[in-house]
Design a protein. Sequence first.
Length: 293
Amino acid sequence: MKDFLNSKTELYAVIGDPISHSLSPDIHNRIFRELGEDKAYLALRVPTAELGEAISVLKNNFKGFNVTIPHKEAIIQYLDEVDDSARIYGAVNTVKIEDGRLKGYNTDGYGFVKGMELAGVELEGKKALMLGSGGAARVIALELLNKGCRLTIANRSLEKASKLKADLIVNSKNKSIEVIHPLQLQENYYCIVNTTPVGMAPLDQELPIADTKLLKGARLVYDLIYNPYKTLLLQEADAAGCSIINGFSMLYYQAIRAQELWRRHPLADDLIDLVFQQMENSFNRITESKEYC
Ligand code: NAP
C-alpha cells in the first residue's frame, strides 16, 4: 500500500453486514504495504437488500473482494463462475474479478487446515468432535472428513446437525459421521473443534461443552473464535494439557489464500510469517486495551 491512494490504485474489499470489526483490511493492507504495492483493501458494509447494487460497483472498480456474513451463500447468484471449493461448501468467501467476470472461491477450508497443520496433528482414523452445525461447521466438517477422521457432530438443534450429516454424506467419500446432542457427549475425542459462538461476547463466560472431563485426553482443541484470543474453552483445554489453536490462524490463512488467488502465485513464506507476527502483536495490544469487541 502506498502513502496516497489515487485513481490507479488497485482496489480490494470485504463485504458484509456488520463489517466494522473485520480484521481483513489489517491483514491485506499490511501485505500490500510490505510489498510496496499501489493497492488498497476496504471494509464495505453491504446490507442484504443492496447486495446486487454493490456487486455492480465492485465489478466495475475492484480487482477482487472477500465475502462474509450474511452474504456467503447469496453472492453465488451474482457470479459468472464458481470454483469446486465453493461449490462443495455451498458458500463463497473470495471473488476474483477478471475481464468483467466474477469467479467465486472458498478459502475458509484452506485456512482451517493450515491452522491444524501448524499444530502438527495427524487425524487419520482419529475421533473428532465438532460442536455446532452452522455455516462454518459445513466447511470444517468436510475438511475433518478429508483428513480421515471419525466425525461426531454435536449441536443443540439435532435437526440441523442431521441435515448437515445428510449433505456431508453426499459430498464426502469418508462417511464416518454421527450426530449427537451436546448434553449426551461422554466419550473422549482426539480432536475437538468449536464452531459455535459460545465463548465470544456476550457468551464469553460460557463453555460450549457441558463437562470439562471431555477435554481429558484430547490432543487438540481448536476454537474458531479469535476474540477473545483465548476463550474459556481454550483456557480449560490448556489447563488440561491439550494443544490449543484459536481462530486467528484460520482467518489469516484464508486471507493468504485469497491473495494468492488474486495474484495467481504464492506469497513468500517470510512475508507470510512477518505479517502474521505483526498481526499477533497488534492483536495482543488491542485485546489488552480491551478496545476490540
Ligand atoms: P452460524 O451459521 O450462525 O452457526 C452457529 C452454530 O452455533 C449453530 O450450529 C448454532 O446452533 C450454534 N449455536 C449458536 N449459539 C449457540 C448457543 N448459545 N449454544 C449452543 N450452540 C449455539 O455461525 P457460523 O458462521 O458458522 O460461525 C460460527 C462461529 O465461527 C462464530 O463464532 C464465528 O465468529 C466463527 N468463525 C470463525 C472464522 C475464522 O476465520 N476464525 C470463520 C468463520 C466463522 P443451532 O444450529 O442450534 O442454531
